[in-house]
Ligand binder design. Structure first.
Ligand code: S3P
Length: 174
C-alpha cells in the first residue's frame, strides 16, 4: 500500500463527515480541510447561492478544483469532502492517488433524521425523505471505491474515531 499523509472522508450527506473530521483532527493532531468550506471561501458565496446562481454543474467544477488543490498540496491533512464529490471519476482517482479513503455510511432513516430541517443543502430541499431515497438510489455504486467503510448508524463519535485511527495507523505501518 502507498505511503500517504492524507486521510480522506467520503459519504452521503448526514453521515457525520464534518464531526468525525473535527474529532479525528484532535486525536491525530492533523489539520482538517473541508472541501465545501474551501469552495465557499474561494467563490465568496454560500453553497445554496452557488447552486441557485450557477447551477449544480458549475458547483461540481468548483468542487473538483478545490479537491485537486487540497489533495495535491504536501501537507498532512484530513480532507472532509461533500457527499457528491464521488460523482466524478476524476475525483475518485485523485482521492485514491493522494490519500486513504474512508467511507462513512449510515442507514437512510438515520441520514434523514440528521439532515431534516437543513436549509444549507440545496439537493435536499422540498420533500427531504423522498430526496434522500432518490439520491441514495442514484448514488448506490458511487461510494464503493473507498479503501475502508464504517457504518456509523449505531456507533458513537468516539467509536467511529477510534476505528478510523486504528485503520489509519495500520495503514501507515504497512
Ligand atoms: C452535496 C453535499 C454537500 C455539499 C452540496 C452537495 C451532495 O456536502 O457539497 O450541498 O451532492 O451530496 P455535505 O455532504 O457535507 O452535506
Amino acid at each position: 500500500m502507498s505511503m500517504t499523509n492524507k486521510l480522506v472522508l467520503i459519504g452521503f450527506m448526514g453521515t457525520g463527515k464534518s464531526s468525525v473530521a473535527a474529532s479525528l483532527s484532535e486525536v491525530l493532531n492533523m489539520p482538517v480541510v473541508d472541501v465545501d468550506a474551501h469552495i465557499v471561501e474561494n467563490a465568496g458565496k454560500s453553497i445554496p447561492n452557488i447552486f441557485e446562481q450557477y447551477g449544480e454543474e458549475h458547483f461540481r467544477n468548483l468542487e473538483t478544483q478545490s479537491l485537486s488543490s487540497i489533495l495535491k498540496s504536501n501537507e498532512p491533512v484530513i480532507v472532509a469532502t461533500g457527499g457528491g464529490a464521488v460523482l466524478k471519476d476524476e475525483n475518485k482517482v485523485l482521492m485514491l492517488e493522494h490519500g486513504i479513503v474512508f467511507l462513512l455510511s449510515a442507514r437512510p432513516e438515520v441520514i434523514i433524521n440528521r439532515v431534516k430541517n437543513d436549509a444549507n443543502r440545496p439537493l435536499l430541499q422540498g420533500d427531504v425523505e423522498k430526496r434522500v431515497y432518490e439520491l441514495l438510489e442514484k448514488r448506490k455504486n458511487s461510494y464503493s471505491f473507498a479503501n475502508y467503510t464504517i457504518d456509523t448508524s449505531d456507533l458513537t463519535l468516539d467509536e467511529i474515531v477510534k476505528e478510523i485511527c486504528h485503520l489509519w495507523s495500520k495503514n501507515l505501518v504497512l
